[in-house]
Design a protein. Structure first.
Length: 75
C-alpha cells in the first residue's frame, strides 16, 4: 500500500483486498496494482502505446495492463 505520506506492506491477496474495497472508488489496473480513483491526475500513452496513470503528488506513473485498459476508455 502506498499513500502520499507512507508506504506499507499488506499481507493479504489482492483479490481479497479488492473484495473489501468500494469498486466505485478503487480499481485494479494491473495484477498487482489497485488505485484510488481520486488519486488519478491523468492518463497518458507512452511511445509503445501503453496506458500509464499519473498519480497526484507522485512522480512515477503506473502501467495499466491490457486486461484493465477498458476501464479508462471514457477518460
Amino acid at each position: 500500500m502506498q499513500t502520499a505520506q507512507q508506504e506499507a506492506l499488506i499481507r493479504k491477496p489482492i483479490k481479497e483486498l479488492l473484495a473489501e474495497l468500494d469498486p466505485a472508488q478503487f480499481w485494479q489496473i494491473h495484477r498487482s496494482t489497485l488505485i484510488n480513483m481520486r488519486a488519478i491526475a491523468g492518463i497518458v500513452r507512452d511511445e509503445r502505446g501503453r496506458q500509464l496513470v499519473a498519480v497526484k503528488g507522485r512522480p512515477e506513473k503506473l502501467e495499466v495492463s491490457r486486461s484493465y485498459a477498458h476501464l479508462f476508455k471514457g477518460m
